[in-house]
Design a binder for this molecule. Structure first.
Ligand code: CP
Length: 304
């Protein structure tokens, strides 16, 4: 029995296999319609979500399985004080696999130690979001035809943006990937990630507050939302929330083959005028999330 808490638990070969499987599902969805017949997925979401929860649920339905769960802590017995460990021990008797989102960092890891079925981390606080990373990798692979030899710019809230943390860890394992870290000083990438991943592996990166200065070099621009829910005070959030708003004008010095990604939800950081630009990939990216989660559910349930 295997869980997925951190993207680094998957080898590069396993990620490549998941991407290949997702591509096959996209090409031949009918071949997968009964792969998880009689299997159940529990979605335990202690924090709001649209894409992750619904794409997990759609993924299980499209594999012929069934879904149960809750979408907010208040509608579960967590509201009465039940622990995460007790919750998943009980739910392990009701479902074959669990996807869990929780505001506390490490909660899905704790859950995986108490559960008797695989647990998937669907986002834990400002920490990690491995299935978003798989989604991002599938998107990059489909858009660029490769995951190596790329320059990727991360822009916005690099401090609290868990999708950024997981994607940097994943991209760092491919050859000749360069990073541009674009954020206000207060929202810089945590130093432990810089130290343990970028510096430890001697990867090329620059840190800047100025998006336009790095734009011409980028193959991928990964925009992020300023994570209001992680701020200690509203004043700081209001001051920083519109630090970067991507507009057509700001793309004037960008490459014609740039791919613009965003894990969504978007608030204000990408103008809707960009949505019709062929370089905008974020709605496709959200769709790909369903296919890569289908591939992951099959892998963790050991379905051939
Ligand atoms: N990208 C993402 O995690 O979106 P949701 O919060 O809507 O699940």
């Amino acid at each position: 029995m295997r869980s997925l808490i951190d993207i680094q638990q998957l080898s590069v070969e396993e990620i490549d296999e998941l991407i290949a499987k997702a591509n096959d599902i996209i090409a031949h969805p009918e071949a997968y319609r009964e792969k998880c017949k009689y299997k159940k997925l529990a979605t335990l979401f202690f924090e709001p979500s649209t894409r992750t929860r619904l794409s997990f649920e759609a993924a299980m339905y499209e594999l012929g399985g069934q879904v149960l769960g809750f979408s907010e802590a208040q509608s579960s017995s967590a509201a009465k004080g039940e622990s995460v460990s007790d919750t998943v021990r009980v739910v392990s008797g009701y479902a074959d696999i669990i996807a869990m989102r929780h505001p506390k960092e490490g909660a899905p890891l704790v859950a995986s130690m108490a559960a008797t079925v695989p647990v998937i981390n669907a986002g834990d606080g400002g920490h990690l979001h491995p299935t978003q990373t798989l989604t991002d990798l599938l998107t990059i692979s489909r858009e660029k035809g490769r995951l190596d030899n790329l320059t990727i710019g991360f822009c916005g809230d690099l401090k609290f943006g868990r999708t950024v943390h997981s994607l940097i860890a994943a991209m760092a394992r491919y050859e000749n990937v360069k990073f541009a870290l674009i954020s206000p000083a207060e929202l810089k990438l945590p130093s432990y990630i810089k130290k343990e991943i970028l510096q430890e592996k001697k990867l090329e990166y620059i840190q800047t507050t100025d998006l336009s200065s790095v734009m011409p070099q980028l193959d991928i621009l990964y925009m992020t939302r300023v994570q209001r829910e992680r701020f200690f005070n509203e004043e700081d959030y209001l001051r920083l929330k519109d630090s970067y708003i991507l507009t057509p004008q700001k793309l004037e010095n960008a490459r014609s083959d740039l791919s613009i990604l965003h894990p969504l939800p978007r608030v204000n950081e990408i103008s809707t005028a960009i949505d019709s630009d062929p370089r905008a990939c974020y709605f496709k990216q959200a769709l790909y999330g369903k296919y890569i989660r289908m591939a992951l559910i099959m892998k963790l349930l050991e379905v051939e």
